[in-house]
Design a protein around this ligand. Structure first.
Ligand code: PXP
Length: 242
Protein backbone atom coordinates (compact mmCIF):
# COMPACT_ATOMS: atom_id res chain seq x y z
CA UNK A 1 0.00 0.00 0.00
CA UNK A 2 1.26 3.44 -0.95
CA UNK A 3 1.87 5.46 2.21
CA UNK A 4 0.88 9.09 2.64
CA UNK A 5 3.22 11.17 4.78
CA UNK A 6 1.57 14.42 5.83
CA UNK A 7 3.96 17.29 6.47
CA UNK A 8 2.45 19.50 9.20
CA UNK A 9 5.15 22.22 9.32
CA UNK A 10 2.72 24.89 8.10
CA UNK A 11 0.54 24.40 11.19
CA UNK A 12 3.58 25.28 13.30
CA UNK A 13 4.30 28.24 11.00
CA UNK A 14 0.93 29.76 11.96
CA UNK A 15 1.65 29.20 15.65
CA UNK A 16 5.11 30.75 15.40
CA UNK A 17 3.67 33.82 13.63
CA UNK A 18 2.42 34.82 17.10
CA UNK A 19 4.84 32.75 19.19
CA UNK A 20 1.82 31.32 20.99
CA UNK A 21 0.52 27.80 21.70
CA UNK A 22 -2.03 27.50 18.88
CA UNK A 23 -2.56 25.88 16.47
CA UNK A 24 -0.66 22.92 17.91
CA UNK A 25 1.03 20.58 15.40
CA UNK A 26 0.47 17.79 17.92
CA UNK A 27 -3.29 18.18 17.42
CA UNK A 28 -2.72 18.38 13.65
CA UNK A 29 -0.87 15.07 13.73
CA UNK A 30 -3.81 13.38 15.48
CA UNK A 31 -6.29 14.81 12.97
CA UNK A 32 -4.13 13.76 10.01
CA UNK A 33 -3.98 10.27 11.46
CA UNK A 34 -7.79 10.15 11.69
CA UNK A 35 -7.93 11.26 8.04
CA UNK A 36 -5.84 8.25 6.98
CA UNK A 37 -2.24 9.52 7.05
CA UNK A 38 0.30 6.71 7.24
CA UNK A 39 3.12 8.94 8.39
CA UNK A 40 3.57 12.35 10.01
CA UNK A 41 6.46 14.42 8.69
CA UNK A 42 8.02 17.42 10.39
CA UNK A 43 11.13 19.42 9.50
CA UNK A 44 13.08 20.69 12.48
CA UNK A 45 14.93 23.56 10.82
CA UNK A 46 18.13 24.99 12.26
CA UNK A 47 16.40 28.38 12.82
CA UNK A 48 13.33 26.69 14.44
CA UNK A 49 11.08 28.84 12.27
CA UNK A 50 8.14 26.43 12.54
CA UNK A 51 8.66 23.07 14.26
CA UNK A 52 10.44 23.42 17.62
CA UNK A 53 12.21 20.87 19.83
CA UNK A 54 9.15 20.53 22.08
CA UNK A 55 7.06 19.38 19.08
CA UNK A 56 9.55 16.66 18.18
CA UNK A 57 9.71 15.46 21.78
CA UNK A 58 5.91 15.24 22.13
CA UNK A 59 5.30 13.83 18.64
CA UNK A 60 7.78 10.99 19.14
CA UNK A 61 5.68 10.06 22.18
CA UNK A 62 2.18 10.57 20.78
CA UNK A 63 2.20 9.71 17.06
CA UNK A 64 0.87 6.18 16.59
CA UNK A 65 1.85 5.93 12.93
CA UNK A 66 5.29 6.47 11.42
CA UNK A 67 7.04 9.71 12.41
CA UNK A 68 9.47 11.06 9.82
CA UNK A 69 11.86 13.81 10.93
CA UNK A 70 13.28 15.91 8.11
CA UNK A 71 16.59 17.32 9.20
CA UNK A 72 19.96 18.72 8.24
CA UNK A 73 23.20 17.22 9.50
CA UNK A 74 23.73 20.00 12.10
CA UNK A 75 25.04 18.56 15.38
CA UNK A 76 22.27 19.75 17.72
CA UNK A 77 19.58 18.39 15.39
CA UNK A 78 21.33 15.01 15.05
CA UNK A 79 21.66 14.88 18.86
CA UNK A 80 17.92 15.54 19.31
CA UNK A 81 17.06 12.87 16.72
CA UNK A 82 19.26 10.28 18.43
CA UNK A 83 17.68 11.16 21.79
CA UNK A 84 14.02 11.19 20.68
CA UNK A 85 14.27 8.39 18.08
CA UNK A 86 11.65 9.13 15.41
CA UNK A 87 10.96 6.08 13.21
CA UNK A 88 12.66 7.69 10.23
CA UNK A 89 15.00 10.60 9.55
CA UNK A 90 15.10 12.19 6.11
CA UNK A 91 18.30 14.15 5.56
CA UNK A 92 17.78 17.34 3.57
CA UNK A 93 20.06 20.24 2.65
CA UNK A 94 19.28 23.46 4.47
CA UNK A 95 19.92 27.09 3.69
CA UNK A 96 18.75 29.69 6.16
CA UNK A 97 17.47 32.12 3.55
CA UNK A 98 15.38 29.59 1.59
CA UNK A 99 11.56 29.62 1.86
CA UNK A 100 11.43 25.84 1.52
CA UNK A 101 13.94 23.07 0.72
CA UNK A 102 15.27 24.03 -2.70
CA UNK A 103 17.13 20.99 -3.95
CA UNK A 104 18.31 17.51 -3.10
CA UNK A 105 21.20 16.69 -0.79
CA UNK A 106 24.69 16.68 -2.36
CA UNK A 107 25.84 13.28 -1.11
CA UNK A 108 28.68 13.10 -3.63
CA UNK A 109 30.16 16.42 -2.51
CA UNK A 110 29.62 15.90 1.22
CA UNK A 111 30.08 12.15 1.49
CA UNK A 112 32.07 11.75 4.70
CA UNK A 113 29.95 14.18 6.79
CA UNK A 114 26.75 12.53 5.62
CA UNK A 115 28.26 9.07 6.18
CA UNK A 116 28.96 9.76 9.86
CA UNK A 117 25.45 11.15 10.46
CA UNK A 118 23.83 8.19 8.68
CA UNK A 119 25.81 5.85 10.92
CA UNK A 120 24.87 7.70 14.12
CA UNK A 121 21.18 7.68 13.20
CA UNK A 122 21.14 4.02 12.14
CA UNK A 123 23.03 3.03 15.30
CA UNK A 124 20.26 4.78 17.26
CA UNK A 125 17.72 2.53 15.51
CA UNK A 126 16.39 5.22 13.15
CA UNK A 127 15.67 4.35 9.54
CA UNK A 128 17.46 6.82 7.24
CA UNK A 129 16.18 8.32 4.01
CA UNK A 130 18.07 10.85 1.84
CA UNK A 131 16.23 13.57 -0.11
CA UNK A 132 17.86 13.52 -3.56
CA UNK A 133 17.43 14.99 -7.00
CA UNK A 134 16.83 12.29 -9.61
CA UNK A 135 20.55 12.01 -10.50
CA UNK A 136 22.39 8.76 -11.06
CA UNK A 137 25.60 9.76 -9.23
CA UNK A 138 23.73 10.90 -6.10
CA UNK A 139 21.70 7.70 -5.96
CA UNK A 140 24.84 5.58 -6.38
CA UNK A 141 26.44 7.43 -3.45
CA UNK A 142 23.29 6.84 -1.35
CA UNK A 143 23.51 3.15 -2.18
CA UNK A 144 27.15 3.02 -1.06
CA UNK A 145 26.08 4.58 2.24
CA UNK A 146 23.54 1.76 2.67
CA UNK A 147 20.72 4.09 3.59
CA UNK A 148 17.26 2.57 3.96
CA UNK A 149 15.43 4.83 1.51
CA UNK A 150 15.73 7.67 -0.98
CA UNK A 151 13.09 10.38 -1.26
CA UNK A 152 13.13 11.70 -4.82
CA UNK A 153 12.75 15.46 -5.12
CA UNK A 154 9.63 16.07 -7.24
CA UNK A 155 9.95 19.87 -7.14
CA UNK A 156 11.04 20.21 -10.77
CA UNK A 157 8.25 17.87 -11.94
CA UNK A 158 5.74 19.99 -10.00
CA UNK A 159 7.00 23.30 -11.39
CA UNK A 160 6.89 22.31 -15.07
CA UNK A 161 4.13 21.40 -17.51
CA UNK A 162 3.60 19.68 -20.86
CA UNK A 163 6.62 17.98 -22.44
CA UNK A 164 8.96 19.30 -19.78
CA UNK A 165 6.87 17.67 -17.05
CA UNK A 166 6.81 14.40 -18.99
CA UNK A 167 10.59 14.55 -19.21
CA UNK A 168 10.83 15.11 -15.42
CA UNK A 169 8.48 12.18 -14.88
CA UNK A 170 10.69 9.91 -17.01
CA UNK A 171 13.71 10.97 -14.95
CA UNK A 172 11.84 10.14 -11.74
CA UNK A 173 10.85 6.74 -13.15
CA UNK A 174 14.47 5.94 -14.14
CA UNK A 175 15.80 7.06 -10.75
CA UNK A 176 13.07 5.06 -8.99
CA UNK A 177 14.27 1.97 -10.83
CA UNK A 178 17.89 2.62 -9.81
CA UNK A 179 16.88 3.11 -6.17
CA UNK A 180 14.91 -0.14 -6.00
CA UNK A 181 17.54 -2.15 -7.92
CA UNK A 182 20.06 -1.02 -5.31
CA UNK A 183 17.90 -2.35 -2.49
CA UNK A 184 16.61 0.97 -1.16
CA UNK A 185 12.99 1.96 -0.55
CA UNK A 186 11.48 4.54 -2.90
CA UNK A 187 9.90 7.72 -1.53
CA UNK A 188 9.08 11.03 -3.23
CA UNK A 189 7.90 14.47 -2.31
CA UNK A 190 7.89 18.25 -2.72
CA UNK A 191 5.39 20.32 -4.66
CA UNK A 192 2.91 17.46 -4.99
CA UNK A 193 -0.76 18.43 -4.95
CA UNK A 194 -4.24 17.12 -5.74
CA UNK A 195 -3.73 17.82 -9.46
CA UNK A 196 -0.26 16.39 -10.08
CA UNK A 197 0.11 13.53 -7.60
CA UNK A 198 -1.30 10.59 -9.58
CA UNK A 199 1.54 10.02 -12.12
CA UNK A 200 4.10 10.10 -9.28
CA UNK A 201 1.96 7.77 -7.17
CA UNK A 202 1.93 5.34 -10.11
CA UNK A 203 5.73 5.09 -10.40
CA UNK A 204 6.59 1.44 -9.95
CA UNK A 205 7.53 0.43 -6.38
CA UNK A 206 6.69 3.85 -4.91
CA UNK A 207 6.24 3.37 -1.15
CA UNK A 208 5.87 6.80 0.50
CA UNK A 209 4.84 10.27 -0.67
CA UNK A 210 5.43 13.27 1.58
CA UNK A 211 3.01 16.13 1.00
CA UNK A 212 2.62 19.32 3.01
CA UNK A 213 1.69 22.63 1.43
CA UNK A 214 -1.26 21.54 -0.70
CA UNK A 215 -2.88 19.51 2.08
CA UNK A 216 -2.58 22.29 4.66
CA UNK A 217 -3.82 24.85 2.09
CA UNK A 218 -6.94 22.76 1.47
CA UNK A 219 -7.35 22.15 5.19
CA UNK A 220 -7.81 25.90 5.75
CA UNK A 221 -11.17 25.59 3.97
CA UNK A 222 -12.36 22.04 4.60
CA UNK A 223 -10.48 20.91 7.70
CA UNK A 224 -7.36 18.80 8.01
CA UNK A 225 -8.99 15.40 8.46
CA UNK A 226 -11.02 15.81 5.26
CA UNK A 227 -8.09 17.26 3.30
CA UNK A 228 -5.94 14.26 4.25
CA UNK A 229 -8.79 11.86 3.43
CA UNK A 230 -9.14 13.35 -0.07
CA UNK A 231 -5.40 12.99 -0.77
CA UNK A 232 -5.40 9.44 0.57
CA UNK A 233 -8.39 8.62 -1.71
CA UNK A 234 -6.36 9.85 -4.71
CA UNK A 235 -3.48 7.57 -3.79
CA UNK A 236 -5.85 4.61 -3.52
CA UNK A 237 -7.28 5.45 -6.97
CA UNK A 238 -3.75 5.77 -8.41
CA UNK A 239 -2.80 2.35 -7.04
CA UNK A 240 -5.97 0.65 -8.26
CA UNK A 241 -5.34 1.94 -11.81
CA UNK A 242 -1.67 1.04 -12.06
N1 PXP B 1 9.76 16.29 1.26
C1 PXP B 1 10.76 17.08 1.71
C2 PXP B 1 12.12 16.46 1.87
C3 PXP B 1 10.54 18.44 2.02
O1 PXP B 1 11.57 19.19 2.46
C4 PXP B 1 9.23 18.96 1.91
C5 PXP B 1 8.97 20.37 2.30
O2 PXP B 1 9.18 20.51 3.68
C6 PXP B 1 8.21 18.10 1.45
C7 PXP B 1 8.51 16.79 1.10
C8 PXP B 1 6.80 18.58 1.29
O3 PXP B 1 6.75 19.53 0.26
P1 PXP B 1 5.43 20.34 -0.01
O4 PXP B 1 5.17 21.18 1.21
O5 PXP B 1 5.73 21.13 -1.23
O6 PXP B 1 4.33 19.32 -0.21
Amino acid sequence: MLELGVNIDHVATIRQARKTYEPDPVTAAAMAEIGGADCITVHLREDRRHIIDRDVRILTDTVNIKLNLEMSIADDIVNLACETKPNQATLVPEKREEVTTEGGLDVVGNYSNIESVVKRLQDAGISVSLFLDPEEAQISAASELQVDAVELHTGQYALTSGDERQHCLQELIASGKQIVENGMTLHAGHGLNYQNVIPVAQIENMVELNIGHSIIARAVFIGLTQAVREMKDLLVIAESRS
